[in-house]
Design a protein around this ligand. Structure first.
Ligand SMILES: [Zn+2]
Length: 89
């Protein structure tokens, strides 16, 4: 059930996290959901380092919000999915 009102500056298809549960505001899955991962990879395609920093900040916030959750699965969920391909030329 999505009774979210359109907040200014936020579109309903942006798959933003809903805290403190860290579920997706669009599809309700655990954030980052599959759709959000695709969006992030596209958005940060040329700056993967910044994506890691961003997700690291999200992980830190989620770790604080979800204090009862084990840390390792959280870390896998937030940054474990990142492609580890060598970006070296
Ligand atoms: Zn989503």
């Amino acid at each position: 059930m999505t009774g979210a009102t359109a907040a200014s500056g936020s579109r309903p298809d942006e798959h933003v996290p809903v805290t403190p549960g860290w579920t997706c505001g669009t599809c309700g899955e655990e954030w980052p959901c599959a759709a959000k991962r695709d969006l992030l990879l596209a958005e940060y395609r040329v700056d993967r380092a910044s994506l890691s920093v961003y997700l690291g900040a999200c992980l830190a916030a989620a770790t604080a919000d979800l204090a009862a959750a084990p840390v390792r699965p959280l870390r896998e969920r937030f940054i474990g999915w990142l492609p580890r391909g060598p970006v070296t030329s």
